[in-house]
Design a protein around this ligand. Structure first.
Ligand code: NAD
Length: 490
């Protein structure tokens, strides 16, 4: 069993309180780690350390070459510890080994990408009016508070840590309580490459204490949060105290629109992948499948037939295709939504139960679940379930497909399947979402912006946009003709 520690001002520290957070493997319910639960004071200590490190210029004062070298070394070490990180992520979160492999590889890619990006030419100069030379420069924001969820514990952290460090900020980082293990391993790596003391701080504990303290602190200059829309709203309120910069990556209820002229088997396949990848615990999951009425019955029949064959099991088992639900609390929340769907009158076409046979009774597993005959006003169509539960809804034409696709408070992701390229582009352009696909679902690249419209968030992760979240932009005006301004005659 692992005894996790926090990292504050360059030192590994246990929590002062003996109230530990017991971390379990959701596939077996074995206790795998003890994690500290920091107090408000311990969180403030970390913020103070980050602030002192920022003010000292020990990190922001380095050349971009030097910072890029550190980031590349972090990427090297992630790759060296690939197997260990994969295994820990599976144990902690319950996801499939293949999913964790993608996360760890992508984490290294993300550090390398930002190492490269800060070396690219940047900056603007203007000469307006003629006697002034104006420069536009980018500077770090200061202390970055990073708060992450449990669904991609390592990757969501790296999507913030890599650009925040690249831009020259110092960090206070809080992982989710359910999944703190890879956070400690990542910070070990960051320590090993020799990042100066106080630049990287890790605090573990409750959202309502550690997260809230970070979001409220007047000494934190930017908070970057990934999690639920509900907590996102709290972060926004808390951040208003010192009007800190915020970046919010929140929930979704994303539409996957299938037209009759789509390649049928491709559409079925991606519609399965869209929701059951990651056991549906993915913010961008295609949880609402919208199907043109002329192929609706045929689609549902084939979809259910395919979904029935999906093998649910422990993440490390070679034949598992969908892993565990990350916590008992999340499993109960999903089962509750399945109950609600039935009460609302939707047809449960497949699944709906916790899986308790073949050794799965020790962990938290839910069958792939399909609801049909749903209407837009149902809670299972409007609210984020965040589990392996999909609704399949019928539309009659392009206009109705667009109307149904946009009929939620969310706007994170969406996809269109069609053999008609012009129609697919026409429709995807009308889907109010930040991450979209045509004849595909889920793949994304570190170069491309990630984030949502409407109540799915504010700001964008990844790409050059992800760096901008952690930068201030300054104009410097240089007078080329030095004499008194003469506004007040003397
Ligand atoms: P959550 O909102 O419950 O928690 C996220 C983090 O916030 C955790 O570290 C938690 O401890 C902390 N937190 C909780 N209350 C807080 C408070 N009052 N102040 C500050 N911090 C607080 O989310 P979750 O259940 O861990 O994750 C699932 C959610 O994350 C889903 O809604 C999912 O869609 C979303 N998500 C979004 C993206 C995206 O890129 N848009 C990616 C992954 C997950």
């Amino acid at each position: 069993m692992l005894e996790l520690k926090m990292f504050i001002n360059g030192e590994w520290k246990p929590a002062k309180s003996d109230q530990m957070n017991i971390v379990i493997n959701p596939a077996t319910q074995e206790v795998i780690a003890n994690a500290p639960r920091a107090s408000k004071e311990e969180t403030e200590e970390a913020i103070e350390a980050a602030q002192a490190a920022f003010v000292s210029g020990v990190w922001s004062g380095l050349t971009t070459h030097d910072r890029a070298q550190y980031l590349n070394k972090i990427a090297d070490k992630i790759e060296e510890r690939y197997d260990e990180l994969v295994e820990l992520e599976v144990m902690d979160n319950g996801k499939l080994k293949a999913e964790a492999e993608f996360d760890v590889a992508d984490a290294a890619t993300c550090f390398r990408y930002y190492a490269g990006l800060i070396l690219a030419p940047e900056g603007e100069t203007y000469q307006v009016p003629e006697n002034v030379q104006a420069l536009v420069v980018r500077e770090p924001v200061g202390v970055a508070g990073l708060i992450v969820p449990w669904n991609f514990p390592l990757l969501m952290s790296v999507w913030k840590i890599a650009p925040a460090l690249a831009a020259g900020n110092t960090i206070v980082y809080k992982p989710a309580e359910a999944t703190p293990i890879s956070a400690m391993k990542l910070v070990e790596i960051i320590e090993e490459v020799g990042i100066p003391k106080g630049v990287m701080n890790l605090v573990m504990g409750k959202g309502s204490i550690v997260g809230q303290t970070i979001a409220e602190s007047k000494d934190v200059d930017v908070v970057s949060f990934t999690g639920s829309t509900e907590v996102g709203r709290e972060i926004m309120k808390a951040a208003s105290g010192n009007l800190k910069k915020i970046s919010l990556e929140l929930g979704g209820k994303s539409p996957n629109i299938i037209f009759a002229d789509a390649d049928f088997e491709t559409a079925v396949d991606y519609a399965l992948f869209g929701i059951f990848f990651g056991a549906g615990q993915v913010c961008s999951s295609g949880s609402r499948v919208l199907v043109e009425e002329s192929i609706y019955d045929q689609f549902v029949e084939r979809y259910v037939e395919r979904a029935k064959q999906i093998k649910v099991g422990p993440g490390m088992a070679e034949d598992s295709q969908v892993g565990a639900i990350a916590s008992e609390q999340q499993m109960n929340a999903i089962l509750n939504y399945i109950e609600i769907g039935q009460q609302e009158g939707a047809t449960l076409a497949l699944g709906g139960n916790r899986l308790m046979t073949n050794g799965l009774d020790k962990g938290f597993f839910i069958e792939p679940t399909v609801f049909t005959n749903v209407t837009s006003n149902m809670r299972i169509v409007q609210e984020e379930i965040f589990g392996p539960v999909v609704t399949i809804q019928k539309f009659k034409d392009e206009a109705e497909a667009i109307q149904l696709a946009n009929d939620t408070d969310f706007g994170l992701a969406g996809a269109v399947f069609s053999g008609d390229g012009a129609k697919a582009l026409r429709v995807i352009k009308r889907v109010r979402a930040g991450i979209t696909w045509v004849n595909s679902y889920h793949p994304t690249y570190v170069e491309a912006p990630w984030g949502g419209y409407k109540q799915s968030g504010i700001g964008r992760s990844l790409g050059k946009y992800g760096l901008e979240d952690f930068q201030e932009i300054k104009q410097i005006n240089i007078n080329l003709d030095v004499h008194p301004v003469g506004w007040f005659p003397n």
